[in-house]
Design a protein around this ligand. Sequence first.
Ligand code: SF4
Length: 378
Amino acid sequence: METFYDVHRQYDWEEVKASILAKTEQDVLVALGKPYRNIEDFKALVSPAAERHLEEMAKLSQQLTQKRFGKTIQFYVPLYLSNDCTNQCVYCGFNSNNRVGRVTLNHDQIIEEINAIKALGFEHILLVTGEHPKNCGFKYLKEAIRLIRPHFHCISAEVAPMSTEEYRTMYEEGLYAVYIYQETYSQTRYPEYHPGGVKANFRYRLETPDRLGMAGIHKIGLGCLLGLEDWRTEGFFAAMHIRYLEKKYWKSKYSISFPRLRHFPGSFEPNYLVTDRNLLQLILAFRIFDQELELSLSTRETPVFRDNVFSLGITLMSAGSKTVPGGYAKQISEVEQFAVIDNRPAQVVREAIEKQGYEVIWKDWDQSLQFNFLNHAH
Ligand code: SF4
């Protein structure tokens, strides 16, 4: 069976990069003027030639987003269940070579976290674990979902890749969305960042969204770790990936996230600094390319950036995040997977959003519609 791996191998990274850099202002204007954009148009929108048209792109992106989603932003909160991991991603604080205290929450600790998170008002929770098959693999997650399901309207997960069968079981247990980040689409450079563990297998990771599609998961989220390799080329491959999935697994919905590596003394240094303007251009390009897509922005970004950019295309945001297991109930902030830069409490972020005339949605509306439909159908 064909997977995205077969599509990916038809493209040469350097050729794609050169073709993006060669896009002209005329190509950008053509892309902006079309009602439906193809992958060549996407290349134009992320090209240096489009940098002079950011304002125009922002207006169009905002218009398209409001037309499809209204003036709303959905909120979610991540729940870190475990920082145990057998992988060696060189950019991550949880990598198995790091001597950090390993914690996998037991049932009582999960309940404590649930209570602390519920008090903040959230209905959409994202379960996050490291990748440790024994300590926080399929069985652990299945039990965790059973425990968490009655308390939240919507459960998503950002966990180790699984088999199609395992995803089917998760779906039946009530898992709504799965986010799986390729980190980089450069097969040549991938091993340098992922020297050991299951994640070292580029192909297995790249084919994970195919397995999610086959399992019928409602929403599938992709993303690249911006800063590892050229962001324009990463964007192209992620856009190709989305379009491939949308055609093949058309019942699922899709999401894209924009995790960005920053320069922090003493931590992993990004090879390609992605500026605020670069990130904005990428967000706008995705929205203009695909109006159905959920675009997600996390607390890795500054309050100023988030407040200025959310209305230009974003539809999903985290707020008040703790990226350490037990962080909500115990207020711990050591050994985080990544530094939270927007530290504002969720209610403060909500106020900042509402000040701009937007409504914060604490539930996932697609799932609300689905449940309403099911309720009416019975
Ligand atoms: S990025 Fe994920 S898989 Fe890689 S070391 Fe960190 S927790 Fe493990």
